[in-house]
Design a protein around this ligand. Structure first.
Ligand code: SF4
Length: 257
């Protein structure tokens, strides 16, 4: 069975991805891999760790991530010996991260809290409902800038077929900070098969099947993630019901350095 699975994903692509990472590691001494603990991140981290077992791993977490994501982070960190560093705008470290000794760099939450209360006062709604771009800017883009400030390059799990905003990315991008996208040409199916072949447990949200057949295929913060049908693009389940639907948080569209 395992043999069958191993031949089901594209091992040629795997080798190509590793070659991209290998070259990047040779070219940029100060390089790290980003991990959101979604499926694409997990595949990317595995590939990067096979090429460079000591490559630093960082993760941008938010106060709106589901509890299951924190639990999965802890589990994968231990199983894969990731030694992850989490960056997060929050007053306190989430208990499960604290209890398990995860390294968390907390960033000041004052500006975020001020925006949240002002928006709630004016609109009676949460920041992610009325101003998702601002919410992502404060909770994701700003911590990402902090996370990469001592690196020259970072490795990400972007893929061209994930959604409308990801079709034009390149394997290597030069925008101040070099971005390396080793699984850019992988299909969703190839990612699932690769993780299965490697015996990596999935985030539990991926195993949920809703009564109408929809599944979570792209994982983000809890209020901004909904399941989608098989015929939809993966990222159509992100920021559903807002003008940002299927879009980007800004980490990959804004200059981080
Ligand atoms: S994904 Fe949603 S909750 Fe998370 S930072 Fe962006 S807008 Fe806020």
């Amino acid at each position: 069975m395992l043999h069958k699975i191993e031949t089901a994903y594209n091992s040629g692509k795997e080798e190509h991805s590793k070659e991209i990472i290998r070259e990047a590691v040779e070219n940029y001494g100060r390089i790290a891999v980003a991990c959101s603990f979604g499926k694409d991140s997990m595949a990317t981290v595995l590939l990067a760790r096979e090429v460079h077992p000591e490559i630093p791993v960082f993760s941008i977490m938010t106060v709106f991530k589901p509890e299951e994501t924190f639990e999965y982070l802890v589990k994968m960190n231990e199983l894969l010996n990731l030694n992850v560093t989490v960056y997060m705008v929050a007053r306190d470290v989430p208990p499960v991260l604290k209890e398990n000794g995860i390294e968390v760099r907390l960033l000041p939450a004052g500006r975020f809290e001020k925006d949240c209360s002002e928006l709630e006062m004016v609109y009676g709604k949460r920041i992610y409902e009325v101003a998702p771009d601002r919410c992502c800017e404060l909770l994701k883009v700003e911590p990402a800038k902090e996370a990469v400030k001592n690196f020259d390059a970072w490795v990400c799990g972007l893929r061209n077929t994930e959604g409308r905003t990801r079709k034009d990315y390149k394997e290597i991008e030069f925008r101040g900070l070099v971005k390396v996208n080793p699984i850019l040409n992988w299909t969703e199916e190839e990612v699932w098969k690769y993780l299965e072949a490697k015996g990596v447990e999935l985030h539990p949200w991926y195993n949920l099947v809703f009564p109408d057949g929809r599944r979570v295929r792209s994982l983000g913060c809890e209020p901004c993630t909904v399941p989608v049908y098989g015929w939809q693009e993966e990222r159509e389940g992100r920021w559903n019901g807002t003008s940002k639907c299927g879009g980007e948080c800004g980490i990959h569209t804004r200059r981080l350095k």
